[in-house]
Design a protein around this ligand. Structure first.
Ligand SMILES: [Zn+2]
Length: 350
């Protein structure tokens, strides 16, 4: 039986419109059509519509104050003067209370919506518009429904999450991610009784949000291979090999940064190493970004569809219950085929 696909039409509701990158508005690439391109390619897989879940698991991965902010900030923006004043309906922060500003002092809640906009976001690329909350929340339901299928005995389930999630931290959004679908799936599998979980992140970029959420936990390991942030790539500040976790989580984080131009051979060596890192865990969550592929506009890693299929076989060979969560992947003509290649490989195993 092909791996079931959990999706929701609500995930189409987020329209990024644009990103503000180094001061310049550029077109967003994380577009709703990604969902349809993937669905079209997975036509022979069973489709499951995501079921609504309450905020219980969500609020053990994210701070409730952040969740409330994301739920309400766009309506506040529209109630203020901004749409008339600046002529656009997207929430865009302009001031961020980072340590450069707070210097150890506790900041008071900003009264103005445009001030508060920066409190729970960390970049200017990730705008909040009409439908952003609904889509991000539906993506969480996709991840949770996939975890439910696995808890009910499916060997593997695929969550077609959009927007992606692995850059979202406990307290904030960024990197085109709002809520961390992968971390929520991992927590749900823990709650379903699996004592240890391994997250393997195949996206071209380091999943700083997932790493941060499980940084001090031993029960959820995080392993990632990605283009080297030390060579100037997002998320810039995290994803180096020296980051291995802290406290009880010491040694439970593994980062394998890769050079630009890495192709299938070295990339699959890194996947093999992460499969070893994940071995022995009771369940697996795969952050399936396909933006490491050769045609992707966001990635320099040049991985092929055959490479993704081989990665699927390596991780499927672990033989543990698995939730595969969609992360990045922005080349519309190839995104579906890359996802299908991974899922076919995972299903076949080694
Ligand atoms: Zn990515």
């Amino acid at each position: 039986m092909p791996i079931p696909v959990v999706w929701s039409p609500e995930t189409r509701r987020h329209e990024p419109m644009r990103e503000v990158w180094v001061g310049v508005p550029t077109d967003g690439t994380e577009v709703p059509e990604r969902v349809d391109r993937i669905l079209d390619t997975l036509a022979d897989h069973e489709r499951v519509i995501a079921e609504a879940h309450d905020d219980d698991v969500l609020c053990r991965v994210h701070a409730p104050a952040f969740v409330d902010h994301l739920r309400t900030i766009h309506a506040e923006w529209m109630a203020g003067p901004y749409d008339d004043l600046v002529g656009q309906d997207r929430v865009v922060p302009y001031v961020f209370p980072t340590p450069a500003m707070t210097q150890g002092m506790p900041p008071t809640r900003a009264a103005a919506t445009h001030g508060r906009a920066g409190q729970f976001g960390y970049d200017t690329m990730t705008l909040v518009g009409p439908g952003t909350w609904e889509a991000a929340r539906a993506a969480v339901d996709c991840a949770l429904t996939a975890a439910d299928l696995v808890a009910a005995g499916a060997p593997t389930a695929y969550a077609l999450c959009r927007p992606p999630g692995h850059h979202a931290t406990r307290d904030g959004y960024g990197g085109s991610c709002y809520l961390n679908n992968t971390a929520i799936a991992a927590q749900a599998l823990r709650d379903a009784g699996h004592p240890t979980i391994a997250v393997v992140d195949l996206d071209a970029h380091h999943g700083n949000g997932t790493q941060a959420i499980f940084w001090e936990r031993a029960d959820v390991r995080y392993g990632s291979l990605h283009v080297d942030p030390g060579a100037g790539w997002f998320p810039h500040f995290f994803g180096h090999a020296t980051e291995t976790g802290a406290g009880e989580g010491r040694g439970a984080t593994r980062n394998l940064p890769l050079a630009e131009g890495t192709a299938d051979g070295p990339w699959l060596e890194a996947v093999r190493e992460l499969a070893g890192f994940a071995a022995g865990a009771d369940a697996l969550v795969v952050s399936l970004g396909v933006d490491a592929a050769a045609d992707d506009p966001e990635s320099p890693l040049r991985v092929t569809a055959d490479g993704y299929a081989a990665a699927g076989r390596l991780l499927g060979s672990l033989g543990v219950p698995a939730v595969v969560v969609q992360e990045g992947g922005y080349h519309l003509d190839t995104i579906g085929g890359l996802v299908a290649a991974y899922l076919d490989g995972h299903e076949q195993r080694g």
